[in-house]
Design a protein around this ligand. Structure first.
Ligand SMILES: O=C1O[C@H](COP(=O)(O)O)[C@@H](O)[C@H](O)[C@H]1O
Length: 250
């Protein structure tokens, strides 16, 4: 199936009307998985037609694994694709709770084994150096960025109520180190490295993957305002640049 085969429509009442967002609503998890994978793969294929390499930023968490697994079977020139992280917990890349491990086990399989995976953390790499390395790699801006959204309205590792959220939201660098202590949504992983709105802005394709009625209701709530300090996931549609494509299924 293709994304256009799914029920794709703009949301009325503000965001859909001003062209900042389009919702692709699927009836089943299978349709969502393949619809989102095809959307990502098509954007990469377009990039690869025009550029020697394509750069893809992916989120972690519990939601996107099936989409990445489907994407790994896409017949594109993966040997010309650099895959990097939207955010990472301060964990080594082989830790079962790291976002890098999720990418390795779901995406870097099948045809996508030929892609180049960049991790943010590495054994012996101090926190500040990990941030600096992420920023260095981001000098080559990503064309395609895939975001997630937590039940608390966080995206990347930008959490409601975290220390100096305002600083992270207004940072001029593509990545910042964060202390998400005090934000229950951060779970056991308070120290993190996160993409910022400045890092999101250059992407020509901006995708948000969410599932379930709870997140759909939260999305509706997000659309009522632009205040990213209340719900940082609002940066997905308030950051100037590409239209946000939300792929959702129940
Ligand atoms: O901690 C994180 O959570 C978000 C959302 O994850 P989900 O489990 O609710 O899908 C994710 O986008 C982010 O990359 C991750 O570090």
């Amino acid at each position: 199936m293709s994304p256009t085969g799914a029920a794709a429509f703009g949301i009325s009442g503000g965001i859909g009307d001003d062209g900042r967002m389009q919702l692709h609503a699927y009836e089943s998890a299978t349709q969502w998985t393949w619809g989102a994978a095809i959307a990502i793969s098509s954007a990469l294929a377009r990039d690869l037609e025009q550029n020697a390499r394509a750069r893809l930023l992916l989120s972690g968490g519990k939601t996107p694994g099936p989409v990445y697994a489907a994407l790994s079977k896409s017949p594109i020139a993966w040997d010309r694709v650099d895959v990097a992280l939207v955010d990472e917990r301060w964990l080594l890349p082989d830790d079962p709770d790291s976002n890098a491990r999720l990418l390795r086990e779901s995406l870097i399989q099948n045809k996508a084994q030929k892609a180049r995976l960049e991790t943010i953390t590495r054994a012996g790499r101090p926190f500040d150096e990990a941030i600096a390395t992420a920023n260095l790699h981001a000098r080559q801006p990503a064309g395609v960025v895939v975001l997630g959204m937590g039940d608390d309205g966080h995206t990347a590792s930008l959490f409601p109520g975290m220390v100096d959220l305002e600083g992270a939201l207004s940072a001029s660098s593509p990545y910042v180190g964060v202390d998400a202590g005090g934000s229950p949504g951060a779970g056991n992983w308070q120290r993190r490295i996160s993409l910022t709105p400045a890092g999101l802005a250059p992407a020509h394709t901006r995708i948000l993957l969410i599932r379930g009625e709870k997140k759909r209701a939260l999305l509706d709530r997000l659309l009522q305002s632009d205040d990213a300090t209340e719900f940082p996931a609002r940066i997905a549609f308030t950051t100037p640049g590409a239209k946000l494509h939300v792929h959702w299924c129940p």
